[in-house]
Ligand binder design. Structure first.
Ligand code: PMV
Length: 387
């Protein structure tokens, strides 16, 4: 068997963060910033994991794992979450504290779980070397952990022959992607406890999706959109921000409920405008998208999830006639600036250099890129990435 190389995109929430927690609609889209995984078959009994973005390099022997985990674990066609007992064993194997909550260490456990569940379904453990490289910022609310889980699930299912091995740069069938997505969700649960499933779904299927109360609907008509993502570099915790918003909701329910309803109306309007833009681009429609961004950014401020660093990005964007809002939990993390097709290149160059002078990282990227994809190992760009 040759190498297996796969990639999966990150995500951006266009509208509906926080409101989605109260059963309102959110719209999210994949990013053209991806995580890449290369799996090599080993000749010795070693399983190695190399995650350079988070400085993790670990290896185990197949015998060591077999002596602690009774295999096969499950039927890979029936995705299932890790049991408490197995989690304890995997933490021992990984040398991770039982109460560990650091995402980097939990990424190792996620790998071990999916490896045991998917690669060992016939009771034998293959020796493999795995390297995962992310071209997207990690821990910035852009779904890098979900794209990691999606890449793991896709490559391990392919290794075991449970899903097909598509020729380079192809995607899997819908049923195969459903299986990848379900396993990736259980990977995400190890990493994040109780995720909604929006991140792994966007990463698996790509494009844009509508999300409401756990129900995911792919948006069929989405135009190519460009955004500039700007990272405040301010660390934030989704859990803390969701709690802050809830506090405000509980204190002023009759004031906050209409704000949440308005955010949902923005998501609906955004969906309609995206569909219209896919059919026929028009200046008016792009301006409506800008209005929606402005209104939602104010609403998110009313929910107490803004941050001075995010506001500064919004102000800088406005100076150049551009429109920005926070994305994800807020309180730090990233904002996105919408780039209309007629935005002059000089404007973009100027704003990027202004952010650079403020020591803020930014990435110009498109939304709605393909979901999980298999690649040919001959691709020069990938060879460079993994060198
Ligand atoms: O964790 P993030 O930054 O990708 O965004 C979370 C989105 C929230 O709506 C704030 C929380 C949630 O569970 O949907």
């Amino acid at each position: 068997m040759g190498d297996i190389t796969v990639s999966a995109p990150g995500k951006v929430i266009l509208h509906g963060e926080h409101a989605v927690v109260y059963g309102k609609v959110a719209i999210a889209a994949s990013l053209n910033l991806r995580t890449y995984l290369r799996m090599r078959r080993g000749t010795d009994n070693l399983i190695s994991l190399d995650l350079p973005n988070i400085a993790i390099k670990k290896s185990w022997t197949t015998d060591g794992i077999k002596s602690q985990v009774s295999l096969p674990l499950c039927d890979p066609n029936k995705p299932v979450g890790v049991s408490g007992e197995l989690l304890t064993k995997l933490k021992d194997i990984a040398g991770v504290d039982q109460h560990e909550s650091d995402t980097k260490q939990l990424a190792v456990i996620t790998f071990l779980y999916l490896y045991c569940a998917l690669a060992a379904h016939k009771g034998t453990l293959p020796a493999i070397g795995l390297k995962v490289v992310s071209v997207q910022p990690v821990s910035a609310g852009l779904g890098s952990s979900a794209s990691f889980s999606v890449c793991l699930a896709a490559s391990l299912l392919q290794l075991s022959g449970i899903i097909s091995s598509p020729a380079g740069d192809e995607v899997w069938s819908e049923a195969e992607r459903d299986l990848i997505n379900s396993w990736a969700f259980f990977g995400e649960k190890i990493l994040h406890g109780n995720p909604s499933g929006i991140d792994n779904s966007v990463s698996t299927y790509g494009g844009a999706i509508k999300f409401k109360s756990g129900k995911i609907t792919p948006l069929c008509r989405v135009p190519k959109l460009q955004i500039l993502l700007v990272n405040t570099g301010v660390p934030r915790s989704t859990k803390v921000l969701v709690a802050r918003c809830r506090e405000r909701y509980q204190k002023y329910p009759d004031i906050i409920e209409p704000v949440l309803k308005s955010i949902e109306a923005i998501s609906h309007r955004c969906e309609e405008v995206l569909a219209e833009l896919a059919d026929s681009p028009s200046t008016d429609l792009y301006e409506t998208l800008e209005d929606l961004i402005d209104i939602n950014q104010h609403h998110l401020g009313a929910l107490c999830v803004n941050h001075p660093a995010l506001e500064e990005i919004v102000r800088t964007a406005a100076k150049y006639g551009l429109h920005a809002k926070l994305t994800g939990a807020g309180g730090g993390g990233c904002a996105f600036i919408f780039i209309k097709p007629d935005t002059p290149l000089t404007t973009l160059a100027d704003i990027k250099s202004e952010f650079a002078s403020q020591k803020l990282s930014c990435w110009e990227t498109s939304v709605g890129s393909p979901g999980v994809t298999a690649h040919s190992g001959d691709d020069g760009h990938l060879k460079q990435l993994f060198s």
